[in-house]
Design a binder for this molecule. Structure first.
Ligand code: NIG
Ligand code: FE
Length: 411
């Protein structure tokens, strides 16, 4: 199957070769090609160029993209997509003034999600998660990271990761998985015993079944301390899992520094950042990942994106799609929040949500830009005036067609 998309008003995020990431002032640059064609063959981006040089071929399918833009699919590098049920009763508690920690202390929060998930069969969980996976495909996402962390028992954590893997088999999404047993402390265990369970039973079982690429911990006051996070990351690493940390969401938790120390591929959230945390990230390979949907929903402060860019850091942008702090998997809305609430420019936001998130889940060689030889994961916009219209018109549905692995997706 080959596809020629022609008369593209603008082809966005065209990178001649695979880059590691874009950082600091370079994030202001989003390379485009006007009046372009894109040729897709055998699931890959085979060629692109200016319409005046369009190839004289007869492909299986021709798509006319007059007045439309073509973007690389979003890479959503942080989600908790596999969960049993929504938590809108907590939403109401929150509206009435309770804090995230107060809701958790009353039996809400992560433990509430874990209880519901433990009572849900693997098949049922898959069915619910598949709906969300198809939903985000329609929002322009082509690759996604999915965490466990709502199981909190050996069997239930494995169940989530198996479901996450099956999403990669049953949808066209490219899926990476993360073991987040260290998400909260279940009431049935002492702190020490739960950490022991993570280290001695859960991590070995996850590794044995090859269910995860990464290991994560919620390093936060009231959750996992820096020392506990480090201990868990080190055991994970000894089983081949790469650290990726929930850091500095509600307080300056030390999560950033422990991420740097343990060689994390990313540290995620970063709502609470001081100069020392920014300094700690400089010159490292750790991708700072911002999740503005969580700050928006919880009403916390937004990460200081401009200070981080000024310091020359790269930034990535993901949804955190989960029932407790970010019940939204829509990447274009994250771009709007990045621009409106964190003063990122549209160019910075698109770079953060494509090439930089691809790095954050080791997909930089195959995803995140319009590059010859990369996987043909792209979407065609509706008729819009410029790429900036997408973050500007927050909440609008501006995606006309989705192509994943070189196939047109019909839902
Ligand atoms: O990334 N912060 C920790 N975990 C999720 C929220 C979990 C929940 O409240 O269910 C997050 O925001
Ligand atoms: Fe999260």
């Amino acid at each position: 199957m080959d596809i020629l998309i022609k008369n593209i008003k603008q082809l966005v995020q065209v990178r001649p070769q695979s880059l590691k990431w874009v950082a600091g002032a370079d994030m202001a640059d989003l390379p485009v090609l006007d009046d372009a064609y894109l040729y897709i063959k055998n699931g890959l981006i085979s060629d692109y160029g200016s319409m005046k040089d369009q190839p004289q071929i007869s492909p299986d399918k021709v798509i006319d993209a007059t007045n439309k833009f073509v973007f690389p699919s979003f890479v959503d590098s942080h989600t908790h997509l596999v969960y049993a049920a929504s938590r809108e009763e907590e939403f109401v508690d929150k509206i009435k003034g309770l804090s995230y920690q107060e809701i958790a202390a009353r039996g809400g929060g992560i433990l509430n999600s874990a209880k519901k998930l433990q009572q849900t069969s693997e098949e049922e969980l898959l069915e619910r998660a598949l709906k969300r996976a198809w939903e985000v495909i329609g929002f322009g996402t082509g690759a996604i990271e999915i965490k466990s962390g709502y199981g909190l028992t050996l069997e239930d954590e494995l169940k989530i990761l198996r479901v996450a893997k099956r999403i990669g088999e049953e949808t066209p999404l490219t899926v990476k998985t993360t073991f987040l047993g260290a998400h909260a402390f279940p009431k049935e265990y002492s702190r020490e015993d739960y950490i022991k369970l993570i280290k001695e039973e859960m991590i070995p079982a996850v590794a044995e079944e090859q269910l995860a690429d990464y290991i994560d911990a919620f390093c936060e006051e009231g959750f996992f301390t820096v020392a506990e996070t480090e201990e868990i990351m080190e055991v994970g690493k000894s089983y081949g899992l790469v650290p990726k940390i929930h850091a500095n969401q509600l307080s300056i938790s030390g999560g950033v520094q422990v991420g740097v120390k343990t060689g994390a591929i990313s540290v995620d959230h970063l709502e609470a950042m001081g100069d020392e945390e920014i300094e700690a990230l400089k010159g490292t390979d750790v991708m700072p990942t911002l999740l503005p949907g969580a700050a928006f929903y919880l009403g916390t402060s937004f990460p200081p994106a401009r200070d981080m860019l000024k310091a020359g850091l790269p930034l990535a942008l993901a949804t955190d799609y989960n029932p407790g702090s970010a019940p939204c998997g829509k990447m274009p809305f994250m771009l709007s929040l990045a621009c409106i609430k964190m003063k990122m420019t549209p160019e910075e936001a698109f770079n953060a949500a494509t090439i930089n998130t691809a790095y954050a889940i080791d997909l930089g060689d195959t995803h995140g830009s319009i590059t010859k030889g990369k996987i043909a994961n792209v979407f065609i916009s509706s008729e819009i005036s410029s790429y900036s219209y997408m973050p500007y018109a927050f909440g609008a549905n501006l995606i006309d067609q989705v192509i994943l692995n070189g196939e047109v997706i019909t839902q």
